[in-house]
Design a protein around this ligand. Structure first.
Ligand code: SF4
Ligand code: SF4
Length: 321
Protein backbone atom coordinates (compact mmCIF):
# COMPACT_ATOMS: atom_id res chain seq x y z
CA UNK A 1 0.00 0.00 0.00
CA UNK A 2 1.38 3.40 -0.91
CA UNK A 3 0.51 5.04 2.37
CA UNK A 4 -1.56 3.38 5.07
CA UNK A 5 -3.40 6.65 5.73
CA UNK A 6 -4.20 7.24 2.09
CA UNK A 7 -7.49 6.15 0.54
CA UNK A 8 -7.64 4.59 -2.91
CA UNK A 9 -9.17 7.80 -4.24
CA UNK A 10 -6.34 9.90 -2.77
CA UNK A 11 -3.76 7.53 -4.14
CA UNK A 12 -5.20 7.71 -7.67
CA UNK A 13 -5.46 11.49 -7.44
CA UNK A 14 -1.81 11.58 -6.44
CA UNK A 15 -0.85 9.46 -9.47
CA UNK A 16 -2.86 11.80 -11.72
CA UNK A 17 -0.98 14.80 -10.37
CA UNK A 18 2.36 13.19 -11.11
CA UNK A 19 1.22 12.11 -14.58
CA UNK A 20 0.18 15.72 -15.20
CA UNK A 21 3.78 16.81 -14.58
CA UNK A 22 4.65 14.79 -17.66
CA UNK A 23 1.72 15.96 -19.72
CA UNK A 24 0.22 12.48 -19.45
CA UNK A 25 -3.45 11.56 -19.32
CA UNK A 26 -5.53 8.67 -18.05
CA UNK A 27 -3.28 5.93 -19.40
CA UNK A 28 -0.13 7.33 -17.86
CA UNK A 29 -1.95 7.86 -14.59
CA UNK A 30 -3.00 4.19 -14.61
CA UNK A 31 0.56 3.11 -15.49
CA UNK A 32 1.85 5.13 -12.55
CA UNK A 33 -0.71 3.68 -10.16
CA UNK A 34 0.29 0.15 -11.13
CA UNK A 35 4.02 0.85 -10.95
CA UNK A 36 3.90 2.86 -7.72
CA UNK A 37 2.01 0.08 -5.93
CA UNK A 38 4.91 -2.24 -6.71
CA UNK A 39 7.54 0.36 -5.86
CA UNK A 40 6.26 0.77 -2.32
CA UNK A 41 7.43 -2.76 -1.60
CA UNK A 42 10.98 -1.67 -2.35
CA UNK A 43 11.64 1.99 -2.99
CA UNK A 44 14.74 2.77 -5.07
CA UNK A 45 17.58 4.31 -3.03
CA UNK A 46 18.55 7.90 -3.82
CA UNK A 47 21.63 9.81 -2.69
CA UNK A 48 21.83 13.61 -3.04
CA UNK A 49 25.30 15.17 -3.11
CA UNK A 50 26.41 18.75 -3.58
CA UNK A 51 29.45 20.42 -5.09
CA UNK A 52 29.99 24.13 -5.72
CA UNK A 53 26.43 25.33 -5.32
CA UNK A 54 24.18 27.85 -3.57
CA UNK A 55 21.70 25.10 -2.55
CA UNK A 56 19.02 26.86 -4.60
CA UNK A 57 17.97 23.62 -6.30
CA UNK A 58 17.38 21.96 -2.93
CA UNK A 59 15.35 24.96 -1.79
CA UNK A 60 13.33 24.82 -5.00
CA UNK A 61 12.71 21.13 -4.38
CA UNK A 62 11.51 21.74 -0.83
CA UNK A 63 8.99 24.29 -2.08
CA UNK A 64 7.60 21.93 -4.70
CA UNK A 65 3.88 21.39 -4.76
CA UNK A 66 1.28 19.38 -6.62
CA UNK A 67 2.61 16.88 -5.69
CA UNK A 68 4.38 18.20 -2.63
CA UNK A 69 7.72 16.80 -1.65
CA UNK A 70 6.89 14.87 1.53
CA UNK A 71 4.66 12.16 -0.01
CA UNK A 72 7.08 11.90 -2.90
CA UNK A 73 10.02 11.32 -0.59
CA UNK A 74 8.19 9.13 1.88
CA UNK A 75 6.47 6.84 -0.56
CA UNK A 76 8.16 6.64 -3.96
CA UNK A 77 11.87 6.90 -3.27
CA UNK A 78 14.15 5.98 -0.42
CA UNK A 79 16.17 9.16 0.12
CA UNK A 80 19.21 7.82 1.91
CA UNK A 81 20.99 11.12 2.25
CA UNK A 82 20.51 14.79 1.47
CA UNK A 83 22.98 17.33 2.92
CA UNK A 84 20.23 19.79 3.92
CA UNK A 85 17.25 17.52 4.59
CA UNK A 86 18.82 14.55 6.34
CA UNK A 87 19.19 14.41 10.09
CA UNK A 88 22.37 12.38 9.58
CA UNK A 89 25.50 14.51 9.37
CA UNK A 90 29.26 13.99 9.70
CA UNK A 91 30.48 10.42 10.13
CA UNK A 92 26.96 9.01 10.18
CA UNK A 93 26.27 10.57 6.79
CA UNK A 94 29.54 9.28 5.41
CA UNK A 95 28.72 5.78 6.62
CA UNK A 96 25.34 5.93 4.85
CA UNK A 97 26.90 6.98 1.57
CA UNK A 98 29.68 4.42 1.86
CA UNK A 99 27.13 1.69 2.51
CA UNK A 100 25.11 2.71 -0.53
CA UNK A 101 28.22 3.00 -2.65
CA UNK A 102 29.15 -0.57 -1.82
CA UNK A 103 25.63 -1.79 -2.58
CA UNK A 104 25.38 0.16 -5.87
CA UNK A 105 22.25 0.56 -8.00
CA UNK A 106 21.05 3.91 -6.59
CA UNK A 107 20.06 7.17 -8.26
CA UNK A 108 22.62 9.91 -7.63
CA UNK A 109 21.17 13.42 -7.59
CA UNK A 110 23.96 15.92 -7.89
CA UNK A 111 23.69 19.66 -7.30
CA UNK A 112 26.45 22.15 -8.15
CA UNK A 113 29.69 22.00 -10.09
CA UNK A 114 32.96 20.18 -9.44
CA UNK A 115 36.18 22.20 -8.95
CA UNK A 116 38.73 20.25 -10.98
CA UNK A 117 41.60 22.78 -10.97
CA UNK A 118 41.18 23.80 -7.34
CA UNK A 119 40.11 20.44 -5.88
CA UNK A 120 40.49 21.61 -2.28
CA UNK A 121 37.53 23.96 -2.83
CA UNK A 122 35.19 21.00 -2.28
CA UNK A 123 35.96 18.11 0.02
CA UNK A 124 33.98 15.13 1.20
CA UNK A 125 35.11 12.60 3.78
CA UNK A 126 38.51 14.31 3.93
CA UNK A 127 38.99 13.66 0.23
CA UNK A 128 38.74 15.96 -2.74
CA UNK A 129 35.20 15.76 -4.07
CA UNK A 130 36.63 15.33 -7.56
CA UNK A 131 38.30 12.10 -6.38
CA UNK A 132 35.60 10.85 -4.01
CA UNK A 133 32.88 11.18 -6.63
CA UNK A 134 34.42 8.67 -9.02
CA UNK A 135 33.15 5.52 -7.29
CA UNK A 136 29.88 7.16 -6.24
CA UNK A 137 29.11 7.95 -9.89
CA UNK A 138 30.41 4.64 -11.16
CA UNK A 139 28.17 2.57 -8.88
CA UNK A 140 25.06 4.67 -9.52
CA UNK A 141 22.29 3.40 -11.77
CA UNK A 142 21.80 6.91 -13.14
CA UNK A 143 22.81 10.47 -12.33
CA UNK A 144 20.38 13.37 -12.24
CA UNK A 145 22.14 16.69 -12.72
CA UNK A 146 19.98 19.02 -10.60
CA UNK A 147 20.18 22.62 -11.81
CA UNK A 148 22.37 24.45 -14.31
CA UNK A 149 25.64 24.18 -12.32
CA UNK A 150 25.37 20.38 -12.26
CA UNK A 151 24.14 20.28 -15.86
CA UNK A 152 26.59 22.64 -17.56
CA UNK A 153 28.85 24.26 -14.95
CA UNK A 154 26.64 27.33 -14.43
CA UNK A 155 27.86 30.22 -12.31
CA UNK A 156 30.90 28.40 -10.79
CA UNK A 157 32.15 27.72 -14.32
CA UNK A 158 31.38 31.21 -15.65
CA UNK A 159 34.72 32.73 -14.66
CA UNK A 160 36.40 29.49 -13.81
CA UNK A 161 39.18 30.08 -11.30
CA UNK A 162 38.32 26.69 -9.83
CA UNK A 163 38.12 24.88 -13.17
CA UNK A 164 34.51 24.01 -12.37
CA UNK A 165 32.79 21.46 -14.58
CA UNK A 166 29.36 19.85 -14.59
CA UNK A 167 28.69 16.31 -13.38
CA UNK A 168 27.91 15.40 -17.00
CA UNK A 169 31.32 16.66 -18.10
CA UNK A 170 32.87 14.82 -15.14
CA UNK A 171 31.33 11.54 -16.27
CA UNK A 172 32.70 12.15 -19.77
CA UNK A 173 36.20 13.15 -18.65
CA UNK A 174 36.48 10.13 -16.35
CA UNK A 175 35.32 7.74 -19.06
CA UNK A 176 32.36 6.52 -16.99
CA UNK A 177 29.26 5.06 -18.60
CA UNK A 178 26.61 6.01 -16.02
CA UNK A 179 23.69 7.70 -17.81
CA UNK A 180 23.13 11.36 -16.93
CA UNK A 181 19.90 13.36 -17.16
CA UNK A 182 20.26 17.12 -17.07
CA UNK A 183 17.56 19.21 -15.40
CA UNK A 184 18.99 22.72 -15.89
CA UNK A 185 17.51 25.89 -14.45
CA UNK A 186 18.74 28.40 -11.90
CA UNK A 187 17.23 27.04 -9.83
CA UNK A 188 15.88 23.74 -11.08
CA UNK A 189 12.09 23.65 -11.35
CA UNK A 190 11.01 20.91 -8.91
CA UNK A 191 8.24 19.68 -11.23
CA UNK A 192 10.82 18.76 -13.84
CA UNK A 193 12.71 16.78 -11.21
CA UNK A 194 9.78 14.88 -9.73
CA UNK A 195 8.32 14.28 -13.20
CA UNK A 196 11.60 12.83 -14.48
CA UNK A 197 12.08 10.60 -11.45
CA UNK A 198 8.45 9.43 -11.55
CA UNK A 199 8.78 8.52 -15.23
CA UNK A 200 11.90 6.53 -14.48
CA UNK A 201 10.22 4.72 -11.58
CA UNK A 202 7.13 3.86 -13.58
CA UNK A 203 8.73 2.78 -16.85
CA UNK A 204 12.19 1.73 -15.63
CA UNK A 205 13.82 3.87 -18.31
CA UNK A 206 14.76 7.49 -18.73
CA UNK A 207 12.44 9.84 -20.62
CA UNK A 208 13.41 10.93 -24.11
CA UNK A 209 16.35 13.35 -23.94
CA UNK A 210 17.43 16.06 -26.37
CA UNK A 211 20.93 16.46 -27.81
CA UNK A 212 21.99 18.28 -24.62
CA UNK A 213 20.76 15.49 -22.33
CA UNK A 214 17.56 17.25 -21.17
CA UNK A 215 14.07 15.67 -21.09
CA UNK A 216 12.39 16.75 -24.34
CA UNK A 217 9.11 17.09 -22.50
CA UNK A 218 10.41 20.04 -20.49
CA UNK A 219 13.03 21.46 -22.83
CA UNK A 220 11.69 20.63 -26.29
CA UNK A 221 10.48 24.16 -27.15
CA UNK A 222 11.75 27.66 -26.51
CA UNK A 223 10.18 29.99 -23.98
CA UNK A 224 9.49 32.26 -26.94
CA UNK A 225 7.34 29.53 -28.56
CA UNK A 226 4.90 29.58 -25.64
CA UNK A 227 5.31 33.15 -24.40
CA UNK A 228 2.12 35.05 -23.64
CA UNK A 229 3.78 38.19 -25.04
CA UNK A 230 4.56 36.66 -28.41
CA UNK A 231 1.73 38.57 -30.18
CA UNK A 232 3.54 41.80 -29.26
CA UNK A 233 6.82 40.39 -30.55
CA UNK A 234 5.12 39.55 -33.84
CA UNK A 235 3.96 43.17 -34.15
CA UNK A 236 7.36 44.50 -33.08
CA UNK A 237 5.83 46.08 -30.01
CA UNK A 238 8.67 45.88 -27.53
CA UNK A 239 9.01 47.84 -24.34
CA UNK A 240 12.08 50.01 -23.91
CA UNK A 241 11.33 51.16 -20.38
CA UNK A 242 10.31 48.91 -17.49
CA UNK A 243 7.62 51.36 -16.44
CA UNK A 244 5.76 50.12 -19.50
CA UNK A 245 4.18 46.73 -18.93
CA UNK A 246 2.92 43.80 -20.96
CA UNK A 247 4.85 44.43 -24.19
CA UNK A 248 7.56 42.10 -25.50
CA UNK A 249 10.87 42.21 -23.61
CA UNK A 250 13.03 41.38 -26.62
CA UNK A 251 14.64 44.82 -26.79
CA UNK A 252 15.51 44.56 -23.11
CA UNK A 253 17.66 41.53 -23.91
CA UNK A 254 15.12 38.72 -23.46
CA UNK A 255 16.71 35.35 -24.32
CA UNK A 256 13.35 33.62 -24.73
CA UNK A 257 13.90 33.08 -28.48
CA UNK A 258 17.05 31.04 -27.85
CA UNK A 259 16.17 29.37 -24.54
CA UNK A 260 14.69 25.89 -24.54
CA UNK A 261 12.41 25.58 -21.53
CA UNK A 262 8.72 25.33 -20.68
CA UNK A 263 8.67 28.18 -18.15
CA UNK A 264 5.63 29.98 -19.70
CA UNK A 265 3.46 26.92 -19.09
CA UNK A 266 5.22 25.21 -16.16
CA UNK A 267 5.70 28.43 -14.17
CA UNK A 268 6.92 28.83 -10.59
CA UNK A 269 5.59 29.41 -7.08
CA UNK A 270 2.57 27.15 -7.29
CA UNK A 271 2.38 27.89 -11.00
CA UNK A 272 1.66 31.56 -10.41
CA UNK A 273 4.29 33.25 -12.52
CA UNK A 274 7.50 33.15 -14.52
CA UNK A 275 10.18 35.70 -15.38
CA UNK A 276 8.48 37.40 -18.36
CA UNK A 277 5.10 37.45 -16.57
CA UNK A 278 6.77 39.49 -13.84
CA UNK A 279 8.12 41.89 -16.50
CA UNK A 280 11.67 40.53 -16.36
CA UNK A 281 13.51 39.34 -19.48
CA UNK A 282 14.36 35.66 -19.60
CA UNK A 283 18.11 35.49 -19.03
CA UNK A 284 18.34 31.97 -20.45
CA UNK A 285 19.24 30.15 -17.25
CA UNK A 286 18.58 26.71 -18.75
CA UNK A 287 21.06 27.26 -21.59
CA UNK A 288 24.33 25.32 -21.69
CA UNK A 289 26.38 28.53 -21.99
CA UNK A 290 24.60 30.42 -19.20
CA UNK A 291 25.46 32.78 -17.50
CA UNK A 292 28.47 34.25 -19.13
CA UNK A 293 28.88 33.76 -22.84
CA UNK A 294 31.22 36.45 -24.12
CA UNK A 295 28.72 38.13 -26.43
CA UNK A 296 25.37 37.78 -24.71
CA UNK A 297 25.99 37.17 -21.00
CA UNK A 298 23.53 38.44 -18.42
CA UNK A 299 25.91 41.12 -17.21
CA UNK A 300 26.19 42.79 -20.62
CA UNK A 301 24.26 45.90 -21.59
CA UNK A 302 21.24 44.54 -23.47
CA UNK A 303 21.44 47.43 -25.93
CA UNK A 304 24.82 46.13 -27.02
CA UNK A 305 23.74 42.54 -27.49
CA UNK A 306 20.65 42.91 -29.63
CA UNK A 307 20.83 40.59 -32.62
CA UNK A 308 20.37 41.90 -36.15
CA UNK A 309 17.27 43.99 -36.72
CA UNK A 310 15.89 41.47 -39.17
CA UNK A 311 15.92 38.79 -36.47
CA UNK A 312 12.34 39.57 -35.51
CA UNK A 313 11.08 39.28 -39.08
CA UNK A 314 13.06 36.10 -39.59
CA UNK A 315 11.67 34.53 -36.42
CA UNK A 316 8.14 35.39 -37.48
CA UNK A 317 8.76 33.87 -40.88
CA UNK A 318 10.05 30.64 -39.33
CA UNK A 319 6.95 30.38 -37.17
CA UNK A 320 4.88 30.76 -40.36
CA UNK A 321 2.61 33.46 -38.96
S1 SF4 B 1 11.28 37.90 -26.75
FE1 SF4 B 1 10.85 37.28 -24.61
S2 SF4 B 1 9.10 38.56 -23.96
FE2 SF4 B 1 9.22 38.66 -26.20
S3 SF4 B 1 7.85 37.08 -26.92
FE3 SF4 B 1 9.90 36.15 -26.85
S4 SF4 B 1 10.04 35.21 -24.81
FE4 SF4 B 1 8.30 36.62 -24.76
S1 SF4 C 1 12.23 32.30 -17.97
FE1 SF4 C 1 14.37 32.09 -18.59
S2 SF4 C 1 15.60 32.95 -16.89
FE2 SF4 C 1 13.48 32.61 -16.13
S3 SF4 C 1 13.57 30.57 -15.15
FE3 SF4 C 1 12.89 30.26 -17.28
S4 SF4 C 1 14.77 29.87 -18.48
FE4 SF4 C 1 15.39 30.74 -16.50
Amino acid sequence: MLNIKQSRREFLAYCSKIAALLGGGVQMSADFAEAFMKITQKQPPVIWMTGQACTGDSVSLVYSDSPSLVPFLSTLIDLKFHPALSVAQGEVAIDIIEEQKNAGGYILCFEGAIPMQMPGACKFNEKFLSDYLYDVVKKAFAVIACGTCASYGGIPAANPETGAISIAEYVKQKGLSTPVVRIPGCPMNAHRFTGTVAYFLAYNKLPQLDEDGRPVLYYGKTNHDNCQRFPYFAQDKCLTDYSEKSLCLYRMGCKGPVTKSDCPVRRWNKETSWCVASNTPCVGCTNPEWPWPKDTGIYRDPKKILPEENFIQETIRLKKI
